[in-house]
Design a protein. Structure first.
Length: 154
């Protein structure tokens, strides 16, 4: 009876899904070109969703961060012309195991890096948090018009 195994339907479903994942990954590696970086959209669940627009000479970035304490769990940094948003949603430690039907809320670390206009410093940036939205305002620096350089003849 060595050939008999206990049937585990959930494990079988997971095996089928992992086979599809491997098949897709192999197919993606064979493509001669890549339209977008696969790791970006593959792990898109852990990326902070944002809206970016211009308003009266100001770049406005609105980041979707519901259920996060901005004082403890959000960090904004600037380096090499990039704005880095890092956040963490903490799962409650005191939690009774319940018969969940669905768990779609993600816990853990989330991040996003966005390019800033040239010449922006951290002193220029203002950020506010209200109703689960982190709003970052970056005034666009004024650009001096190009100056013509005289060319001498020898």
């Amino acid at each position: 009876m060595a050939g008999l195994m206990r049937r585990e339907p959930r494990r079988e479903a997971a095996d089928v899904l992992s086979r599809f994942d491997r098949l897709f990954e192999e197919w993606a590696r064979m493509l001669p070109f890549r339209l977008m970086a696969f790791p970006f959209w593959w792990g898109a669940g852990d990326v902070i969703r944002v809206e970016e627009y211009r308003e009266d000479g100001t770049l406005v970035v609105r980041a979707d961060l519901p259920g996060i304490d901005p004082d403890k769990d959000v960090e904004l940094t600037i380096s090499h012309g990039m704005l880095h948003i890092e956040a963490q949603r903490r799962e409650e430690e005191k939690r009774e195991e319940k018969g969940y039907l669905r768990r779609e809320v993600r816990y853990g670390s989330f991040s996003r890096s966005l390019p800033l206009p040239e010449g922006v410093t951290e002193a220029d940036i203002a950020a506010t948090y209200k109703d689960g939205i982190l709003e970052i305002r970056v005034p666009e620096p004024t650009r001096e018009p190009a100056k013509r350089v005289a060319i001498g003849k020898s």
